[in-house]
Design a protein around this ligand. Sequence first.
Ligand SMILES: Nc1nc2c(ncn2[C@@H]2O[C@H](COP(=O)(O)OP(=O)(O)OP(=O)(O)O)[C@@H](O)[C@H]2O)c(=O)[nH]1
Ligand SMILES: [Mg+2]
Length: 273
Amino acid sequence: MSAFVRPAAGEDDPEVSGRYRPVTSQFAIAPPVSVVIPAMNEAENLPYVFKTLPDWIHEVVLVDGNSTDDTVRVARDLYPDVKVVEQRGKGKGDALITGFAACTGEIIVMVDADGSADGGEIVSYVSALVGGADFAKGSRFANGGGTDDMTLIRKLGNRVLCSIVNHKFGARYTDLCYGYNAFWKHCLDAIALDCAGFEVETLMNIRVVKAGLRVQEIPSHEFVRIHGASNLRAVRDGLRVLKVILHERGTRRARHPRQRLAIAPAANHGEVS
Ligand SMILES: Nc1nc2c(ncn2[C@@H]2O[C@H](COP(=O)(O)OP(=O)(O)OP(=O)(O)O)[C@@H](O)[C@H]2O)c(=O)[nH]1
Ligand SMILES: [Mg+2]
């Protein structure tokens, strides 16, 4: 089967003349999807990561954190079209910001390189986005999700931090510190990421709520890291997450775009802010 199919009608109509990518046998999408993979010494895990990526994605951007193993060579062997970006700074947040800037797709999916994420779930994230969400947020604790990787103490820490975010920012999240998420590229303008470490996911989750973006949680299963050791330090990174939450607390939440739309028709005598 061809990798691309044409829309059923309106080839001459600029509104519908884009190419649709078949995602399942029942479902095709028009927006190109970029996958960003931050990787630091993950050569042994990359075969598992690339094996599960769907063949309809537009590009893979691998952000190499100055790996001292064969991460880059293995990535190129496995996926010759991979776009490798060398990270200048340090940390997962810095890697993701670098990778997002290199994406040419309209939808961006972030996937860890430790073999803990199933690329087969990307279709769920993308479906939510083309169905109207701005940000598709993975959750290991939503119904249908799960984790084989988190210790009890990390589960507890995540739950406490998640409750604080829900309370302070009016969110209804079931998970906070999870690296498998997807969003429309235009969201980056609204969330202006500016942090270097593992707290980047928390910062994204807070800023999308503050920006009034439509967030949909996607149940996701996190498998155990296959090879190597985690770069995360539960206490150090937990404190960094808490610091981000406290720092973000001071800024007001934007009005939800739907609320703005709802009041617009009535305000025919003046400008709606
Ligand atoms: N490029 C880059 N990637 C990083 C950096 N730190 C972590 N990563 C990657 O970010 C992903 C998540 O890191 P992990 O160490 O698995 O952390 P985690 O998933 O939060 O924690 P575990 O559940 O213990 O695995 C992996 O793909 C890492 O290789 C970094 O400084 N630079
Ligand atoms: Mg991991």
